[in-house]
Design a protein around this ligand. Structure first.
Ligand code: TRH
Length: 401
């Protein structure tokens, strides 16, 4: 890497939780990987420790500072006026353009040499990203430059988050039937449920879950749908005819719906690996589903003016241009118009054609993994770019003192 291997270096990550779990989910994953695989001291500033605790049960929600998996976690509460150059990390990353404290920026401007400042953007498959990836932006008043770093699906972007041991962990888990069974048994799954088609469901509340449940009930093969607590609550409660709390389960014709607890991040990976089909959403679970090597359906985060449909189509164009049932299913799931189709989605017919194509879709997911792995992983690409910024300014090392 670009840094003097004998010296410790540091990264500060600033994360504002806008909603849900993706903001902290991505920052936490990124923080751990940078610390564990690159030996860099990481401080994660996060404003919402409760959301953090849902994906990482070890988090203490009332701690100002805590150590978790080798990462220093600090509660970000709009601290001001407390920062000096000594507090500033060598690399400063803000997530999704969250405004980092002005006092911290002022301290950055006083550093010599100055830290590398990057903004990690959201993931999209659109082409314009390649032209914006790594673009600089000068601070209007201070002698600082911020760079925009985009994750993405091509070699002209920053790639995707992927830990170096992830593929091996997944391979081991999926080839160990006893481990998979033990994992599913802890949620109360019965042998019959384990033998059925296992589907994990993570989506936003507006997904057409009830319509799909109806279609699944008349499926010719048994289906077990595993839904983490708090997901699609209305549809799940209607199906269960009761409260959607962990352990709740009901079978109706071919469909069993079982509510799981919201699990810690590493267990969520195992859930994706153990299922035959995964419904995912947002950004982080969407990426994890791609590493799981199983068919998946993406519920994209909704945006004004249906901008998210543009992003969805851009992804499908790259991922599944020639796989009609997957495309139509994905568009229908996101309430996006299917070209040439005016009438309402017929979920039973769509499920039948999707199910028939699942072996082909599974093969595609393996090819896709190979393709996106060629772009390298986001954390390594990020550090490589930070190193380039340093050497472009003719500095031998970004370390101070
Ligand atoms: O939760 P999300 O919808 O998060 C977001 C946010 O809405 C955010 O504002 C937006 O910018 C972003 O999406 C695009 O979906 P996502 O990104 O998939 O994040 C979910 C995280 O929760 C992910 O890290 C996986 C984790 N998770 C668990 O750890 N355990 C679980 O049981 C489940 C279901 C998820």
């Amino acid at each position: 890497m670009f840094l003097n291997q004998n010296q410790a270096t540091s990264l500060a990550i600033f994360c504002k939780v806008v909603d849900n779990f993706g903001d902290i989910g991505i920052c936490w994953r990124f923080a751990r990987q940078i610390q564990q695989e690159h030996g860099i001291a990481v401080t994660l500033w996060v404003d919402d420790l409760r959301s953090f605790q849902r994906i990482c049960p070890g988090v203490e929600t009332d701690a100002e500072v805590q150590q978790l998996a080798g990462v220093t976690v600090r509660h970000w509460r709009n601290q001001e006026g407390v920062f000096s150059p000594d507090d500033v990390a060598d690399i400063v990353m803000e997530f999704f353009g969250c405004d980092i404290p002005p006092g911290y920026i002022a301290a950055m401007a006083e550093c010599n040499p100055r830290p590398v400042w990057l903004n990690l953007e959201g993931l999209t498959a659109e082409e314009w990203v390649e032209g914006c990836h790594t673009l600089p932006s000068r601070h209007p008043r201070m002698p600082l430059t911020k760079y925009f770093f985009f994750p993405g699906f091509t070699g002209k972007t920053g790639g995707l988050l992927c830990e170096s041991s992830l593929e091996e962990q997944r391979r081991q888990f999926q080839s160990d039937q006893a481990a998979m069974t033990a994992f599913l048994v802890q949620f109360g799954m019965t042998p019959a449920e384990m033998a059925s088609l296992k589907v994990s469901l993570f989506c936003y509340p507006h997904a057409p879950v009830s319509a799909l449940f109806d279609a699944w009930q008349s499926s010719d093969a048994a289906i077990t749908c595993l839904v983490p607590e708090g997901v699609a609550t209305e549809a799940v409660q209607a199906f269960l005819d009761g409260e959607a709390k962990p352990g709740a389960v009901r079978t109706c014709s071919a469909l069993t719906v079982r509510v799981l607890p919201f699990v810690a991040q590493p267990d969520y990976d195992r859930l994706l690996w153990a299922c035959d089909l995964n419904f995912v959403r947002g950004e982080d679970s969407f990426v994890r589903a791609q590493w799981a090597g199983k068919p998946f359906i993406w519920h994209i985060y909704p945006q004004d003016k249906n901008l998210h449909h543009v992003k969805l189509r851009a992804f499908l164009q790259r991922y599944s241009v020639d796989m009609e049932s997957l495309n139509v299913f994905s568009l229908g799931w996101n309430d996006a118009k299917v070209d040439g189709v005016e009438e309402q989605v017929d979920w039973s017919a769509l499920w039948l054609s999707f199910q028939a194509d699942m072996p082909e879709i599974a093969c595609r997911s393996i090819d896709w993994q190979r393709q996106i792995l060629e772009n390298g992983d986001l954390a390594s690409n990020f550090l490589r770019f930070a190193g380039r910024v340093v050497s472009d300014f003719g500095k031998q090392s970004i370390m101070r003192g």
